[in-house]
Design a protein around this ligand. Structure first.
Ligand code: HEM
Length: 138
């Protein structure tokens, strides 16, 4: 397994555990109220599970198994895929920290920067993966 896939898949598993834990706490809190502040975990729950767990697992596995090139670097533009990994995780943490509450004025900027980083990750990974998506023998 390539190094990037190992990092992305391990990170996705950690996000899964954290995201499910936050979800479980919120669910518990709905049935047996513990503390209203637990609702603050909702943005983390959403970003950790949708992007940290699901999207990152897909990226990790796709980088590993998409067709490789017979010439040059086997997996094409590897730097672009690493860039996507870094941007995705930076974006997740910026949005999640903003959801937990940052000092005045920083929250909106952090959400905007985080969403831009996540969008950059999606574009970068598409740029990386596009040339690798081809029928066998093509
Ligand atoms: C891949 C797995 C999951 C994803 C992508 C996911 C995503 C989401 C999203 C997008 C919301 C916001 C829904 C809304 O505001 O309308 C949400 C809410 C919630 N999720 Fe999850 N979730 C996942 C798994 C779980 C699990 C395993 C649990 C519990 C153990 C859980 C518990 C909750 C709770 C309690 C809410 C708040 C519901 C409410 O507003 O009353 N989620 N989740």
């Amino acid at each position: 397994m390539p190094r990037l896939s190992a990092w992305a898949i391990r990170a996705s598993l950690i996000y899964m555990i954290l995201g499910f834990t936050f979800g479980g706490l919120m669910l518990w809190n709905k049935g047996i109220p513990l503390d209203p502040l637990l609702w603050r975990f909702l943005p983390l729950h959403i970003d950790f599970l949708l992007f940290g767990w699901v999207l990152q697992l897909i990226i990790g596995v796709a980088f590993w198994i998409l067709p490789r090139f017979s010439r040059g670097t086997q997996r094409g533009n590897i730097k672009m895929a690493w860039f996507a990994f870094l941007m995705l995780n930076t974006g997740i943490w910026l949005v999640s920290l903003a959801g937990l509450g940052l000092p005045n004025g920083l929250t909106q900027s952090a959400i905007l920067a985080g969403r831009l980083a996540e969008a950059a990750a999606v574009l970068a990974f598409t740029f990386h993966a596009w040339p690798r998506v081809k029928a066998a023998g093509a």
